[in-house]
Design a binder for this molecule. Structure first.
Ligand SMILES: Nc1ncnc2c1ncn2[C@@H]1O[C@H](COP(=O)(O)OP(=O)(O)OP(=O)(O)O)[C@@H](O)[C@H]1O
Length: 320
């Protein structure tokens, strides 16, 4: 289990992330760190990897404090936006890189034959059989990212960190690689943290999403409950709910200036958050309740968002 406890990272006098706490169970699952540009996502990832020192707080893995442990001894795999492959090595040479050096807990580097087998296995896993002898400057962007993924997984890390791994790719490639990342993470039984600013990507890839705004984690939830219950109005706005209107909830019906809509909210004053259906990905919810705003010209989604400090929020209804 990965635990961040009140982590603060500063660049000079400025805190890029402040007092961030997060628990990620080390199962073969994916958590996305989702937030707008500059919100501190990459900084958190770099701190976990050991690439940024902590100004405050602790990072633990399975109960052991990681502070003081250098990057190469953390047993964490890293994939960056642009792959950062070694240009003078072949595809196989890149994947083999982490196997040819002695890892923490091992007495010696992996023997040559075992390395070859592992490289072959990984090429197969990422769909690049037969590419081992290629030069990396002869690869497409998507292929290069697959090699980066294979290289990161080769030494069987206990955690995989991916920083915007799809953002340099065009749409079709992105979708395919996203599906492959999910499959490879499951096959390799490696838990993964993925940084992204792309909501659709986070919703597709992740089992859980941590929303980061202004250097703070505002909400951690499964994709479907994130969109149906944003924790506060900043999160609602980031998720594409562009308007908030006051409403009163009574017996599962929110009444506002536009009419009434069915919600799963507790009775009392609330904010209805409205966003166009096109503006955001929305996971299907079998338990979704439907309501109706009479006279509303287009199809909107409504989420009741009761903004009470850290209080959790509410629910969603479709406006027909
Ligand atoms: N090396 C650095 N020196 C000074 N400030 C930095 C440095 N790296 C990042 N920052 C600042 O820290 C804040 C968080 O940056 P970070 O890269 O973690 O955000 P991000 O959410 O990953 O953004 P993006 O999605 O644009 O990559 C930003 O305000 C950024 O300008």
């Amino acid at each position: 289990m990965l635990v961040l406890d009140s982590v603060t990272v500063r660049y000079g006098d400025v805190a890029a992330v402040e007092d961030v706490s997060l628990t990620f169970p080390a199962q073969p699952s994916i958590m996305a760190l989702l937030g707008p540009s500059g919100s501190g996502k990459s900084t958190i990832l770099r701190a976990i990897a050991g690439l940024e020192p902590l100004a405050n707080g602790r990072i633990e893995f399975d109960g052991a404090d990681l502070s003081g442990l250098p990057v190469h001894r953390r047993n964490i795999g890293l994939v960056f936006q642009d792959g950062q492959l070694f240009p003078h090595r072949t595809v196989a040479g890149n994947i083999e890189y982490g196997l040819a050096i002695r890892r923490p807990g091992q007495n010696a580097a992996m023997p040559r034959d075992a390395r070859r087998r592992r490289v072959h296995e990984l090429l197969e896993m990422v769909g690049l059989e037969g590419y081992g002898g290629r030069r990396v400057d002869q690869l497409s962007g998507g292929e290069a990212q697959r090699v980066a993924l294979a290289r990161a997984l080769a030494p069987r890390p206990r955690l995989l960190l991916l920083d915007e791994p799809l953002s340099a790719l065009d749409k079709g490639l992105r979708d395919r690689l996203a599906a492959d990342i999910r499959r490879v993470v499951a096959e390799s039984s490696t838990p993964a943290l993925v940084v992204t600013h792309d909501q659709a990507e986070a919703a597709f890839l992740a089992d859980q999403i941590a929303v980061i705004i202004g250097g703070n984690i505002r909400q951690i939830a499964q994709p479907r409950s994130l969109w149906s219950a944003p924790a506060d109005r900043d999160v609602a706005a980031f998720l594409g709910y562009t308007s908030l209107i006051p409403a009163d909830v009574e017996h599962g019906v929110a009444r506002c200036a536009l009419g009434a809509v069915g919600v799963d909210a507790a009775d009392g004053p609330a904010q209805l958050a409205l966003g166009s259906d096109f503006a955001r990905p929305r996971p299907a919810r079998p338990d979704q309740r439907h309501g109706e705003f009479r006279g509303c010209p287009s199809r909107w989604a409504a989420t009741a968002c009761r903004d009470r400090g850290a209080g959790r929020v509410l629910c969603e209804g479709d406006v027909a």
